[in-house]
Every structure is written in structure tokens, then in C-alpha cells.
Design a protein around this ligand. Structure first.
Ligand SMILES: Nc1ncnc2c1ncn2[C@@H]1O[C@H](COP(=O)(O)OP(=O)(O)O)[C@@H](O)[C@H]1O
Ligand SMILES: CC(=O)N[C@@H](CCC(=O)OP(=O)(O)O)C(=O)O
Length: 304
């Protein structure tokens, strides 16, 4: 199914108080349905560039927590890493949506994600009235990683070396659960640690998908800066099944950063996460609209 891709947000100032009350009351069944449930929200680096939208994001996360849900934030930061690399005279390069990560790049990735982006998000959420705690995959042994063995899509028997890029070997969710139980909101950087204690750069969509699976999350929301997944004609697809995804991978309709995003989303859907959505983070209060209203937007990924 395809849909309109407009990101304009309606002006609500003309709406009468009674209608406003009705809109609020509509949230009740969703609050009841998702009370006590875990929602994994991946906040992509491209979706976090506008200060007003960042504020909306933080308020949405706090509101969900205050009405009894358990939001867990996994953040990206691709554009922010690119900027930092440019400052040291390096250019980011990607293969199949994964950043080629040499030792120097790994240092920059760790510094930007854990030192800058994560702490900015923690600050925003706390300022909006929540209690956020930043974690990397090292904290509490959360994300164990191993080197990603990337297959060449043109020649599947060959491997491409993308350096210190990791895949998730195991997740120990104990630290996340402990924080949730104490009403904290975990904000997780996609950095894992390997057998020899080395750091690995993991794509944030991959971490979000695995975490949603291990936490048995109700929802996985992947916030990005496009309306959703597009077909070859550039039309928005409102839902996608495993079968359709296979075809779109094969004919190249899905490429670049969308490859790990869709693979992770599909894995999560197949492993029992009830609703998996790729959502346009440029829409003000995109999270509230997705979780607490009938409004459907973006692309839903279905296992069948
Ligand atoms: N079929 C597709 N539909 C939509 N976007 C696609 C598609 N194939 C590739 N892309 C690319 O994937 C990008 C989203 O991935 P990415 O930039 O990694 O997002 P994020 O940083 O939010 O994780 C889009 O901006 C677009 O350039
Ligand atoms: C291996 C790999 O590609 N890691 C990503 C991690 C950050 C990320 O995923 O950020 P976005 O979600 O904003 O793209 C990177 O280095 O850019």
C-alpha cells in the first residue's frame, strides 16, 4: 500500500476545547494497552538535528514513561560522527550501510556517541522531567559483540573487511531491567565489547532490533529523516512483508542505510516484537502520534 508523504503538521490552535478533550480521551485505550510494556525507540542521527524536534522527542519519551510505559532509547549519530571525522581530516565511508571503521575512526565513534550524542539526549530527557541514564554496551555487560563478517553482495563467497564493525553476539538486559524498575529511562549508545575487551562500532538499528527482541518489547520504533520505505517510483509503502522485503533487497530498491534498518526490523518482527515501524522523526511528536493515536504513518514491517 502507498500513501501521501507530506510531513506538514496541522495547526491545532483553531480546535475547540471539546474536540481537544476528545483527542486526549482517544489516548486512553492505548495507555491501557501499553501500560507496563517496553517500547524500544531508535533515535537516528538524521532525526536529531533540529532543536525543536529534539525537545518534542524528549517530551514524548517522558510522557510515555509517566503514563506507565517503559521506553528504552537507542541512539545513532552517523552525521555527527561524519562531522567529527571531517574535523580531523577524515571522510566517512560506508559499505552496505556500515561505516568502515579503522582504529582512529573507532576512537572518534566512541567519543562522539558515548561522550556527546548520548549525553545530549540524557540532558534533554532530564530537562523535560524524566530520569535518563546513559549506557554503552560495556555498562553492566549489556552488549557483547564480535567482528562483523560482511558478505560481498555481488560475490557471496567473498568477504569485505569493514574493520572494527561489530555484530551483536549476546545481550544481557539485566542493567536495562534494573533501571526500568527504578523508573529510569535507559539511553543506549551502540557500542559493544569483544572477547579481548576491544570496542566495536555497531549500527544503531541493529542494536535497537536485538534489544527489542531480548526485552520482548511490544514496539520497536525506528525514527529517521524520511517518510518511510519507498518503492522504485518513490511512493511511500505503508507496510512491508518479509516476502516483499526479499524482492526489494534483490532488485536494489533498498540500499545504503536502509539495508541494516530493514534487516533488523524484520528480525525483530519475526522474533515476536508486536509492532515494528519505520517512522519519520521530522514530524513533531512523531512518537506520541504513533503510540497514542489511531494515526498510522511511516512503514510497518511485518513478519508475514
Ligand atoms: N527504498 C528506500 N526507501 C527509503 N529510503 C531508502 C531506500 N533505500 C535506501 N534508502 C536510504 O536510506 C536512508 C535511511 O537510512 P539512514 O540514513 O541510515 O537513516 P538513519 O541515520 O536515520 O538510521 C534514506 O535517507 C535513503 O537515502
Ligand atoms: C557500523 C556503523 O555504521 N555504525 C554507525 C553507528 C551510528 C549509527 O548507526 O547512527 P545512525 O543511526 O544515525 O545512522 C556509524 O558509525 O555511523
Amino acid at each position: 500500500m502507498t500513501a501521501d508523504t507530506s510531513t506538514d503538521f496541522p495547526d491545532l490552535s483553531h480546535i475547540a476545547p471539546r474536540e481537544k478533550a476528545e483527542i486526549l480521551a482517544q489516548a486512553l485505550p492505548y495507555i491501557r494497552k501499553f501500560h507496563g510494556k517496553t517500547l524500544v525507540i531508535k533515535y537516528g542521527g538524521n532525526a536529531m538535528t533540529d532543536p525543536a524536534l529534539q525537545q518534542d522527542f524528549a517530551e514524548d519519551v517522558v510522557l510515555l514513561k509517566l503514563v506507565g510505559m517503559n521506553p528504552v532509547v537507542v541512539h545513532g549519530g552517523g552525521p555527527q560522527i561524519d562531522e567529527a571525522l571531517n574535523r580531523v581530516g577524515k571522510k566517512g565511508t560506508f559499505v552496505q550501510g556500515m561505516r568502515v571503521t579503522d582504529d582512529e575512526t573507532m576512537e572518534v565513534v566512541e567519543w562522539v556517541l558515548a561522550g556527546q550524542v548520548q549525553q545530549d539526549i540524557v540532558g534533554l530527557i532530564n530537562h523535560a522531567g524524566g530520569k535518563a541514564v546513559g549506557l554503552t554496551g560495556r555498562d553492566g555487560g549489556l552488549i557483547r559483540a564480535r567482528k562483523l563478517r560482511m558478505r560481498d553482495r555481488e560475490n557471496p563467497t567473498a568477504e569485505i573487511d569493514v574493520g572494527q564493525v561489530g555484530e551483536v553476539a549476546a545481550i544481557d538486559p539485566a542493567v536495562v531491567k534494573a533501571l526500568q524498575d527504578d523508573q529510569f529511562i535507559p539511553v543506549i549508545s551502540p557500542i559493544g565489547f569483544g572477547e579481548d575487551n576491544a570496542s566495536f562500532n555497531i549500527n544503531a538499528d541493529v542494536v535497537a532490533g536485538k534489544l527489542a527482541e531480548v526485552l520482548r518489547a511490544e514496539k520497536l520504533l525506528l525514527l529517521t529523516n524520511i517518510p518511510g520505505v519507498m518503492n522504485k517510483k518513490g511512493e511511500l509503502l505503508t507496510d512491508l512483508t518479509a516476502h516483499e522485503i526479499d524482492d526489494m533487497f534483490a532488485d536494489g530498491t533498498i540500499s545504503g542505510g536502509m539495508l541494516p534498518k530493514i534487516s533488523s526490523a524484520l528480525e525483530a518482527a519475526k522474533s515476536g516484537v508486536n509492532s515494528v515501524h519505520i517512522v519519520d522523526g521530522r514530524i513533531p511528536h512523531a512518537i506520541l502520534l504513533e503510540v497514542l493515536t489511531e494515526q498510522a504513518f511511516g512503514t510497518m514491517i511485518r513478519s508475514h
